[in-house]
Design a protein around this ligand. Structure first.
Ligand code: ADE
Length: 354
């Protein structure tokens, strides 16, 4: 195999076929960095409007570092994996404090920042600073696994990394080459129905030559996700309802929610809800009607979220977490998880008030 030929062919393909994406109009490391963080686990078409709004609201790294996490989460709301936003905020504060606001171009320094892993470091440093370092996402992994018929082994990541590193020696724009591999995986060497008939490197592709393209990459079968019932209470008092803020260290960090909790085995919804609300707030509510239920899937589990009307006799709280009493009109001023928005949509078609 001529590594030089493959690298050149992919570069040529990219010149003609690359996708027109808003973050490709720049090499500003701040913009590339936030785009790559948003693109983790998330499709490009979902990211684009979030990226545009983010850049409009926070045009540079100083603005991010000096903003409150709440205002960042409001822009991030709905994009999921909120830890990315918290980590990015913390990382920008470190860049401002330790590096005078200048994003480090050194791999070992950049990768130490919160939320920056091998992929993100490779993508940002190659695109923004022209450093010859691979950026291996699922698309790139699939392309090279097929190209070389790589079976799952302890050193498969190293083999892929080394092969791309050797290709990078022949290219003049490492950022473009890394993105060429990503686009090639998204557009030609697709997971389902790969377009081998128009693939410019099929004659070098080991899986294609053996008619085994669909057998690669070898993927370990995932166990099915657990499913939980979660009960939450909409606690009304003087036409306002109670919301509380999740801890910055939890899943869905810094977002707002209703109090409640997971239903234990054998427990009724009512008992679980009374227990959850008492633990989280100190309120001893009377449970009213069920308002609605929704289903929501997270990366490692899924839930049925059941929401009940709740009544309290006094507003005395014993738990010290941050909370607010709000009206339905105030919802837009807080960041809620997607599951809550699904509930709000259903409730708004009914009567909000008890
Ligand atoms: N996925 C993540 N980052 C990407 C990029 N820069 N180009 C194409 N696909 C991507």
């Amino acid at each position: 195999m001529q590594i030089n030929t493959i690298a050149t062919t992919l570069q040529e393909w990219y010149k003609d076929s690359k996708r027109d994406l808003p973050f490709r109009a720049t090499t500003d490391p701040y913009k590339i960095w936030i785009s790559e963080i948003m693109l983790q686990q998330t499709q490009i078409k979902t990211v684009i409007p979030y990226y545009n709004r983010w850049i409009e609201t926070f045009p540079d790294i100083q603005t991010v570092a000096n903003s409150k996490l709440d205002s960042l989460l409001k822009i991030w709301e709905g994009l999921g994996y909120y830890r990315r936003c918290v980590n990015f905020h913390n990382a920008t504060k470190i860049v401002l404090k330790n590096y005078n606001g200048k994003i480090p171009s050194d791999y070992n320094t950049f990768i130490k920042l919160p939320g920056v892993g091998k992929y993100t470091a490779g993508a940002v440093l190659s695109i923004s600073f022209g450093i010859k370092i691979p950026a291996i996402d699922v698309n790139v992994y699939r392309v090279i696994s097929r190209f070389q018929c790589l079976n799952k082994s302890v050193n498969i990541n190293k083999i892929i990394y080394n092969l791309i590193s050797s290709m990078l020696e022949y290219v003049n724009s490492p950022g473009d080459f890394n993105q060429a591999l990503m686009d090639f995986g998204s557009l030609i060497c697709t997971k389902i129905n790969p377009k081998c008939k128009i693939c410019p490197i099929s004659t070098y592709c080991k899986a294609y030559l053996k008619n085994q393209v669909n057998q690669y990459p070898k993927i370990r079968k995932r166990n099915s996700k657990p499913h939980y019932d979660v009960v939450v209470g909409m606690i009304w008092y003087n036409n306002k309802f109670y919301i509380q803020k999740r801890s910055p260290d939890s899943m869905l960090p810094g977002l707002w929610e209703f109090p409640g909790g997971k239903v234990d085995k054998g427990e009724t919804f009512e008992i679980a809800l009374k227990r959850g609300i008492k633990n989280e707030t100190g309120f001893m509510p009377t449970i009213g009607n069920k308002i609605d239920s929704i289903k929501h899937s997270y990366s490692h589990f899924s839930i049925s979220l059941h929401c009940f009307q709740c009544f309290i006799k006094n507003k005395k709280l014993t738990y010290s977490r941050k909370f607010e009493w709000i009206t339905p009109n105030d919802i837009k001023n807080f960041s809620f998880p997607k599951a809550n928005h699904k509930l709000f949509n259903l409730i708004s078609q009914k009567n909000w008030y008890v």
